[in-house]
Design a protein around this ligand. Structure first.
Ligand code: GCO
Ligand code: MG
Length: 406
C-alpha cells in the first residue's frame, strides 16, 4: 500500500481546520486532523514542506515505523506543531488500514468494550439560572453528564461563556483579527463558583454528573481550596485547575481534596503526563489524538494511565475537526479504562457540508456506524468555498493589567 500523494487543506467552515489526506497507489485515501487553534498555518506548512516529501513511497501499512520516523527521526522531539503533524499522519494511516481491511478502526484497536461512548455536554450562562437552564436542555435530551461554566459577576468575559457577539466565533475577534483580551480575578471567581454547584445540586439532585473547567487559572493551593469547597457537590471532575506544565502541581492539590482532577488537553506526548499518572495525582487524562501524536500516541498514554487507575476524557472542543472527534470515538469504544468523552457538537450546518461523519447521539451516548476506517469523509470542493481566516484564542489579564493564563 505505497503512499503516492499527500495533500494538506486549511479550510474555515465556521472554524479553521487543517486536514491531511494521504493517497495510496491503489487509490485509497486516509484523512487526519492537524488543527492547532490559532496556529493553523504553522502546522500546515510543517506538513507540506517537511513531512509530505518523506512519506511518498512509504508503505502506509507501517503505522508504527512511520510514527517513529517522524518522532525519533526528526531529532527535535515533542512540541505542539510536530506532534499535531504526526497526529494527522497517524490518524490518516489508521483510516487507510481500516479501509484496506474493510474494518472500522476500533476493531483494529482490539474491538468494542462498550455499546457507545458516554458524553458530557457543555452548559453555560450569564447567570446561575441561565446556566442551569442550559444544563436542563441537555438533561432533557438524555445526557447524564454536563459541564457547567458561568459568567463571574463583576468580570467582563469569562472562559466558556459566550456573550451575544461571541456566538459567531470570528465576530469575537477584533477588527484586525488580533487576540481579544479578557480580565481575570481569582478572588471573584473563587467566591462565586461554589454557589453555582450548590444551586445545581439543589435543582438536579444526584441525577446528573457535574463537571467544571477552571482553564488553568489557579495556583495549586487556590485549586485545593476550590476542590475542598466543591466536595459537597461531588463533581465528576475538576479540569485544568492549574497551568499544566508543572506535573507536581496536581500532587499538591491532591493532598487537600477528594474532588477528582482532570488535565492534559495541551499535552503532546506521554512524557508530559508520565509523572502525574505514576504518582496517581490525577484521575482523568485529557489528551487529544489531534495534539498528542494521533491514535498511536494517545493509545500509549491511555494504556499507561490504566495501570494507575487514571481514566480517559479525551479533549473534544469545537476546534478539533470531525476527523479528530471520530478518532476519539474509536478509541473510546475500545479503551478499557474509558472515563467520559467531551462533546460540544460534531459539526455545524456549514461544516457538515465539508465533513461527513459516522456518529449519532442517543441518550447522551455517541454511537458509531460500522464504516471502514474512521468513517469520516471530506469534501474538497466544499472546503475550497471556506478559505482560512486568521483567528486567535483570547488572552487574559489580571485587573491590574498583568498577563494571566487564559
Ligand atoms: C475544553 C477546552 C477548550 C479550549 C480550546 C483551546 O475543555 O474544551 O478547554 O475550550 O479552550 O480547545 O483551543
Ligand atoms: Mg478544557
Amino acid at each position: 500500500m505505497k503512499i503516492q500523494d499527500v495533500k494538506v487543506f486549511v479550510a474555515s467552515p465556521g472554524r479553521n481546520f487543517v486536514t491531511l489526506k494521504i493517497i495510496t497507489e491503489e487509490g485509497l485515501y486516509g484523512l487526519g486532523d492537524a488543527t492547532v487553534n490559532g496556529r493553523e498555518l504553522a502546522v500546515a506548512a510543517y506538513l507540506k514542506d517537511h513531512v509530505a516529501p518523506c512519506l511518498i513511497g512509504k508503505d502506509a501499512h507501517n503505522i508504527e515505523d512511520i510514527w517513529q520516523y517522524l518522532y525519533r527521526g526528526v531529532y527535535w522531539r515533542k512540541g505542539p506543531i510536530n506532534m499535531a503533524a504526526i497526529g494527522a499522519v497517524d490518524m490518516a494511516l489508521w483510516d487507510l488500514k481500516g479501509k484496506a481491511a474493510g474494518l472500522p478502526v476500533y476493531q483494529l484497536l482490539g474491538g468494542r468494550s462498550r455499546k457507545g461512548v458516554t458524553l458530557y455536554a457543555h452548559a453555560q450562562g450569564a447567570t446561575i439560572e441561565e446556566t442551569l437552564g442550559a444544563a436542563q436542555v441537555w438533561i432533557d435530551k438524555g445526557f447524564k453528564a454536563v459541564r457547567l461554566q458561568c459568567a463571574i459577576p463583576g468580570l467582563e468575559g469569562t472562559y466558556g461563556v459566550k456573550t451575544k457577539e461571541q456566538k459567531d466565533y470570528f465576530a469575537m475577534q477584533s477588527k484586525r483579527y488580533l487576540p481579544p483580551e479578557e480580565p481575570w480575578s481569582t478572588a471573584k471567581y473563587l467566591n462565586f463558583i461554589p454557589d453555582l454547584f450548590k444551586a445545581a445540586r439543589e435543582r438536579f439532585g444526584d441525577s446528573v454528573e457535574l463537571l467544571h473547567d477552571v482553564h488553568h487559572r489557579l495556583t495549586p493551593i487556590e485549586a485545593a481550596r476550590l476542590g475542598k469547597a466543591l466536595e459537597p457537590y461531588h463533581l465528576f471532575f475538576l479540569e485544568d485547575a492549574v497551568a499544566a506544565e508543572n506535573q507536581e502541581s496536581c500532587a499538591v492539590i491532591r493532598q487537600h481534596t477528594t474532588t477528582p482532577l482532570a488535565i492534559g488537553e495541551i499535552y503532546n506526548t506521554i512524557w508530559d503526563c508520565k509523572g502525574m499518572i505514576e504518582n496517581q495525582s490525577i484521575d482523568y487524562i485529557r489528551v487529544a489524538a489531534t495534539h498528542a501524536g494521533g491514535i498511536s500516541g494517545v493509545r500509549r498514554i491511555a494504556d499507561y494511565a490504566g495501570l494507575f487507575h487514571v481514566r480517559t476524557a479525551f479533549h473534544g472542543p469545537p476546534d478539533i475537526s470531525p476527523i479528530g472527534h471520530a478518532a476519539h470515538m474509536h478509541l473510546g469504544l475500545w479503551v478499557p479504562n474509558f472515563g467520559i468523552q467531551e462533546f460540544v457538537r460534531f459539526g455545524t450546518e456549514v461544516s457538515d457540508r465539508v465533513f461527513s461523519y459516522p456518529m449519532r447521539v442517543e441518550d447522551g451516548m455517541a454511537l458509531l456506524e460500522d464504516k471502514p476506517g474512521l468513517g469520516v469523509d471530506f469534501n474538497e470542493d466544499e472546503a475550497d468555498l471556506h478559505p482560512y481566516k486568521r483567528s486567535y484564542l483570547p488572552v487574559s489579564r489580571l485587573e491590574d493589567g498583568t498577563l494571566w493564563n487564559w
